[in-house]
Design a binder for this molecule. Structure first.
Ligand code: DGP
Length: 126
């Protein structure tokens, strides 16, 4: 899959938009008014969950520029809630938001990865 160009407008045919509309399945772990959380299809840690906002945002950049304070607060609370519900606060976890080609973003709907369940090593490999 090609890397996302984060300067492009939102494309409502992206995979996560289809998951939000119920056109594609997901293994849901949490949902509220602001966010949906589900297991990553290719987990890179024992626990690897994606949290996505309900609104149409390409990236963290787009989200923080355009979303309302209510959406941002609701989404951030959902990320925290999912990590808590998964028991990942005490042992620790890593939340990652990839933006654009240098970060390897492949899905053009803003998402936060929550990874945990084992020691995760250095944040950015040499
Ligand atoms: P990123 O590189 O940050 O854009 O990561 C996108 C993640 O999305 C990647 O870890 C794999 C995951 N993914 C891609 N397609 C699907 C899908 O159809 N279902 C689920 N659950 N995850 C997906």
């Amino acid at each position: 899959m090609n890397a996302v160009d984060p300067t492009q407008p939102y494309d409502d045919q992206n995979i996560f938009a289809k998951i939000l509309r119920g056109e594609l399945p997901c293994e849901k772990v949490y949902e509220d008014e602001w966010a949906l959380a589900f297991h990553d299809i290719g987990p890179q840690a024992p626990i690897h969950i994606l949290v996505i906002p309900k609104g149409p945002y390409v990236s963290l950049d787009d989200f923080t520029a355009k979303a309302s304070d209510e959406e941002i607060a609701g989404f951030c609370r959902a990320v925290g809630r999912v990590a808590r519900d998964q028991g990942l606060v005490e042992p620790g976890n890593r939340s990652i938001a990839n933006t654009g080609p240098d970060a390897g973003q492949i899905v053009a709907h803003f998402h936060v990865h929550i990874c945990g369940g084992r020691p995760l090593g250095r944040m950015i490999p040499e």
